[in-house]
Design a protein around this ligand. Structure first.
Ligand code: PAF
Length: 290
């Protein structure tokens, strides 16, 4: 595995590989890698010729009171995990390489970036869209792999690619879960053993939503309220949002019809955790992707 830290080096390597007819698969990450990231890497390796992973904790997507400085970082461990997966190139630039002095151009993707995470983390998706656009320009991938745990991020990035005609295919991969259902996340590292137990309530609330829909409930407000009640029974949980939205527009729906996303953001201790359930309703029958 080659490790590159400079934009120019990465662009030269990418241009050379593409010139030689190789298809590039790209997995953008902020490090603190877990099985969810590794599943993206494995998929990229299966589907493309050369796998590039970026490791960059992007300051532009953190708010002033968020965990940028404390975000878990362990370059040696991450690098070893990627080497073992057979990654070809690790791109790990320093901050000043991505945001040099005088940087002033940002991408905004709205309205899909405005609700949910956009409401609770103002400026977050402007940071995500900007760095993803820059990384695509630097790595020049044919395909880029994202995890559906960050459901709204997938929608924002897909919109960015369509709206700006970026020549990259976005591949959205399933959520990878712990055996008890907790979605894998770098921020799970913040949980102490007690909080780790408490965090199961996110997945349990999604299961409650499924149960209700399987029982014929379609009213979004009733489903969301039942989830909130269940989460509120866990004293360590604090809800930012529980919503039932159209899977494309991310606007609230009254009834579960067609493709609907049930996203939630819940604090457990100092960890802000995300999860979601994708529901497809056709002719009164539901299918669920956890
Ligand atoms: O999902 C993440 O880890 C980040 O938001 C991303 C896509 C790497 C951009 O910094």
């Amino acid at each position: 595995m080659k490790t590159l830290t400079r934009v120019a080096e990465m662009q030269t390597a990418a241009a050379g590989l593409r010139g030689a007819g190789k298809r590039l698969g790209f997995v953008p990450t902020m490090g603190a890698l877990h099985e969810g990231h590794l599943a993206l890497v494995r998929r990229a390796k299966q589907e493309t010729d050369v796998t590039v992973v970026s490791l960059f904790v992007n300051p532009a997507q953190f708010g002033p009171s968020e965990d940028y400085l404390n975000y878990p970082r362990d370059f040696e461990r991450d690098s070893e995990l990627l080497r073992r997966e057979g990654v070809d190139i690790l791109f790990a630039p320093p901050v000043e390489e991505i945001y040099p002095a005088g940087f002033q151009t940002y991408a905004t993707v709205e309205p899909v970036g405005a609700p949910l995470e956009g409401q609770f983390r103002p400026g977050h998706f402007r940071g995500v869209a900007t760095v993803v656009l820059k990384l695509f320009n630097i790595v020049q991938p044919d395909r880029a792999y994202f995890g559906r745990k960050d459901g709204q991020q997938c929608t924002v990035v897909s919109r960015l690619v369509r709206d700006l005609n970026l020549p990259v295919e976005i591949v959205v991969c399933p959520i990878v879960r712990e055996p008890d259902g907790l979605a894998m996340s770098s921020r799970n590292a913040y949980l102490n053993p007690d909080e780790r137990q408490a965090a199961r309530v996110l997945y349990q609330s999604l299961c409650r939503a499924r149960e209700l829909m399987q029982g014929g409930e379609r009213r979004a407000a009733v489903i969301a309220e039942a989830m909130r009640r269940l989460i509120a029974q866990e004293p360590q949980a604090r809800i930012d949002y529980v919503a039932v939205v159209d899977a494309e527009t991310l606007q609230p729906v009254d009834q579960v019809r067609g493709r609907v996303l049930v996203p939630l953001a819940v604090w457990i201790g100092r960890a802000r955790l995300l999860d979601n359930l994708l529901v497809e309703e056709k002719d009164g029958r539901f299918s669920f992707q956890f």
